[in-house]
Design a protein. Structure first.
Lengths: 306, 306
């Protein structure tokens, strides 16, 4: 019972008010897989160049993340992104995007991946997301992410792709752009007519809102004392969310999806996103334990119950 | 067992993307009193000019809001403020501030007010807030609001005033300015060393956080489908918060203040702030019922429990 995660594996250069790292492991699929790996076995579908370091392979492999689906292009270079955050870390400016081998990413799933039940489609071209979904034979829960660029410039393809998804997990500005509605509740209602029956809207430090069947659930963001680097927080949220559901075997059953489990998944998403910000890049996941995750989950309970 | 509310009673001119009203009843004390009035008897300390309309007196009086402490200056004009909101209503620009009779506001409490147990000091000059506090003989719970101007230009006076308060209720940017800390949790820790043992930080549409004794409680903002006019939402929050506590007889007892009741008070604050936005100015409070308030409180429970 594994989770298939599709998306970028990359190197990032990041500057925040707390420091600067020129090159470190990054990419959406990396964060999603590392976060989800605390809850469920994960198999990655991605592509890297032959500059991808053995220590980074080793980190992923040490978490029982299957890398058979991670292609390596001889002579190619791994996707590189660099950015700098504003003083309050609520905005960031991209300094460099070298797609490199990611420009020709055309995911082909290994045979051993195609019968897995859980699929998370990270932010890539919508038609590639659709192609991956179609390669899966018996998926029980499919969802994913997208971004402004695809919403603006690949809208028909994105809308076609979304029809086959159970859930969509995007941030508030993407939800507004996709729906054309400024108000979040109206935006959610419109998006839930596009295909996914479940929608999670991330609001950065302010948490997330889950929408389904005319109900919604609001999770606050964890109040961190120190935010070192927000890079990957949204992807770590996604990993915690889908990882928890996969680990619990939660799937659509006769059109039903357990709302109580979905709410817990959103809290685990917030938990994983909050840990991600505590160190640079993926560093927090090098030491994070399941016990710390459970302790923070219970802190969420304490801080929100009334 | 009444609540004394001190602050501005005003006329406002407001423009939002949903419409424009040239002159309508406003002012912090007005919103606080109207919201608190659903939970407890209220007595207002304020000043108006002789242009203050009978229909506005009647509205307040109809809610059993005592107006003995609302001075009327013959030949004077009531405080007038006008502003325009941005398209997403997260920012507003002040177009006009005519202090008028409010410029010489020097609150003197009627004798019948001085033995009441609850006091909310709306946003006025800190030394005036202190003077009011000192006129009270047996107050059991004191708290209030302030703003950037007093934090920047009347800092010593404000710090002296805060020493006698049980709680401070401000928004996130004010908390950052007052503490000199960008991070909300660190900001709260610093402010709790200034005097108030309880701090509520409002975060606009994102809700509020209550800090006390090393604990915190996070309340989300209600997801409104239509925000017509955010004017007064923060003051309505304050009214719901202190009104609930006063109505329940919650006060400091041997240094203790019931945290469970404080959490409920924060939710009632959010509830009252959310209703305020549904119509222009105070209009929503003309028709709002206690039953609607309870229904929304329960909606908060449903949307946050996990």
């Amino acid at each position: 019972m594994s989770l298939i995660v599709v998306g970028s594996v990359a190197y990032d250069g990041v500057e925040t008010p707390h420091g600067k790292v020129d090159r470190m492991l990054g990419g959406a699929a990396t964060y999603i897989a590392l976060a989800a790996g605390y809850f469920t076995p994960v198999k990655i579908v991605a592509v890297v160049g032959d500059d991808f370091a053995k220590e980074d392979v080793d980190l992923l492999a040490s978490r029982q993340i299957d890398l058979e689906g991670m292609g390596r292009v001889p002579g190619g270079k791994t996707f590189f992104w660099a950015g700098v955050y504003s003083a309050d870390m609520n905005d960031r400016t991209t300094l460099r995007t070298d797609l490199n081998v990611f420009a020709d990413f055309n995911p082909k799933l290994p045979e051993s991946y195609r019968s897995e039940p859980y699929l998370f489609l990270g932010n890539i071209q919508p038609e590639l997301q659709r192609s991956v979904r179609e390669q899966m034979r018996s998926v029980k829960l499919t969802g994913g992410d997208t971004m402004n660029y695809w919403i603006n410039d690949f809208r028909p393809q994105l809308l076609e792709t979304l029809k086959a998804w159970d859930f969509l997990l995007i941030n508030d500005s993407e939800a507004r752009l996709l729906s054309g509605e400024q108000n979040l509740r109206r935006a959610a209602a419109k998006i839930l007519e596009m295909g996914p029956h479940t929608l999670i809207i991330k609001r950065g430090e302010y948490g997330a809102v889950l929408f389904r069947n005319g109900c919604h659930f609001m999770a606050p963001g964890y109040l961190l004392e120190d935010v070192f680097d927000p890079t990957g927080a949204g992807d770590s949220f996604a990993g915690g969310f889908i990882g928890y559901l996969a680990g619990r075997g939660v799937a659509v059953n006769n059109g039903n999806l357990d709302f109580a489990e979905l709410k817990r998944a959103v809290i685990y998403g917030s938990v994983m996103g909050s840990f991600c910000c505590e160190k640079f890049g993926v560093d927090r996941f090098r030491t994070l334990t399941r016990e710390e995750i459970e302790a923070r989950y219970h802190e969420f309970e304490t801080c929100t119950a009334f």
